[in-house]
Design a protein around this ligand. Sequence first.
Ligand code: CUA
Length: 667
Amino acid sequence: MSYFGGRVGFNMKKSHLGKPVGLREGNRAGPGTVTRHAVHRNRPAGELYWETKMKKDKETNHTTVGRRFFLGAGAAAGVAGVGGAFGIGSPSRELKAATKSGGLSAEVHPGELDEYYGIFSGGQSGEVRVLGIPSGRELKRIPVFNFDAAYGWGTTNYSKRLLKGKISGDTHHVHLSYSNGTYDGKYSFVNDKAQGRLARIRLDQMVVDAITDIPHSQGTHGIFPSRHKLDGVYCNSEFRTPLPNDGRDMTNPKKYGALHTCVDAKTMKVRWQIEVDGNLDLCATDYDGKYSMACSYNSEGGVTLAEMIAADRDYLIVFNLARIEAAVKAGKGRRIGKSKVPVLDGGKGSPYTLYIPIPKSPHGVNVDPTGRYAVCSGKLSPTVSVVELKKIGEAFEGKIKPRACVVAEPEVGLGPLHTAFDNRGDAYTSIFIDSVVTQWNIADAVAGRNPVKQKLDIHYQIGHINASMSETKDADGNWVVALNKFSKDRFLPVGAFRPENDQLIDISTGRMRLAHDASSHPEPHDAVIVRRDLIRPKKIWDRKDSRFDLERKLAARYGVKLGEESKVVRDGKKVFVFMIGVAPQFSLSEFTVKQGDTVTIVLANNDGVEDLSHGFCMSHHDINFGVSTQEVASVTFKAKKKGVFWYYCPWFCHALHLEMRGRMLVT
Ligand code: CUA
């Protein structure tokens, strides 16, 4: 099968070999011209199956089957259950033994699918990335706090509303939404350390659908969602600042504060904040919805390096969520500046917080899959502190000292940062200074035995670490990913800035074996590895999706049937161009505006086949965005110069993709 036949086979039949669908009359339009598009009429007879299929899928709310449906291997799965297309639900079909000892193969052969999704933060690139695990193949870059021309993130009206003019961010921690202690496949959450924001990604399309500003928070760093249900997302401020930060108290760091913030995961509105002593670093939640917790370094309240690392002990701060919610409900808490969010005082000794002393400048806190222990990594201490969560209730009631919650503190190496878990009771701690991963057994540590089982060299200087399903009760002990800060000699040199090195480690045999190196653009900080059957992406857009509300409103205002009609409407100095794309044509091959007009293009992709994306690039206007199958998007720009400007489709959609274009005439 040829490339085109393979890629757009159905579409070729529909719109190239047959009549272009939906583009039959009046391909030219000026203001006021209406062109009707009867998208489903006059299809070749061969399309009948496809249409029936589409209709069925719409009724059952399932996405359409793709090429794999027609290609032998996937056919049975496709017929058996439309939603479970190409057998993604089948567990561990492709986990393969690589070694005689029964380890796993990191090789994913051509045409095979990965067993896991890796959802990686993109660090200072401001994005989130989706990788296949174990192959390390990059499947998607999800623009979040950054600009992305391919999708038009930062250009479309939808994304501009969320970004509010900002084009950079620093994503560190990416976590998924939970139900009953495991991933529910609905959302991913990611922080922006640079500008104090939290974003939500809807995993059905892997696109951002909400961005929330965290009030009075600088260095919004660790985040973690509730694990019992879709409830809160807890966000830590790493930097202490005056509260409010309006010019007061600048030279008096004693008056600075840091906040632990609860964002409602459903509405993405900020529910409450609580001020702490010291600053906050990584975040975790328990499995019961009782506590959120944060490692806190700089209990000294210093502003220089020497001041911040003076004390031998800092804290794990545990937040008593029931007490906090009750206090907020009772109307307690002050307001800071113009923010309406209630802020409680969670300083040492408050009823809302427990300060558990741990050594020294701790960084990561991770709760094990049994929900019994939180493991805090010392960073400047060679130890990890194992906190038994069921003791926390007694400590809150004053029956035991906070430090009595620490049930083990084994030495694991120099510079421990983060810990991942398998399903066999072992923990895997990233050790930055030693450049190793230390595998150690939690029960051995608690019993006072030497828990260290193996140390594996890492290339080089590991930061975050995670294991397959490690942050859930369904940890499966197959893979560990080590996110390394330096790659040095591991890849071809590319100038002074090098890629990072994400290393994959097979842990399925109970021992660590380095399986794979993968270079990555700077700089993934954290990642989760989730079984593929838990993520259920749609293959095309539903035209009724709320994401298109803005465009729907515009169409309604001007009496246009969105995605069914093409129309150019003038409203004073504003011109609205409603257009449809069906490969290989735009429904309007030209439109005319006046110099100085503000032009809004509303483009609907009316193709029905999966992976048939179009886009819209207006030459010399800094306008470029994509619309995938059945998607609608809009952009607004100024027509500053007189002349002819070609718009074209930047996504390779058809043999006549280059001809998918038209002219804007600016008079
Ligand atoms: Cu549509 Cu290229």
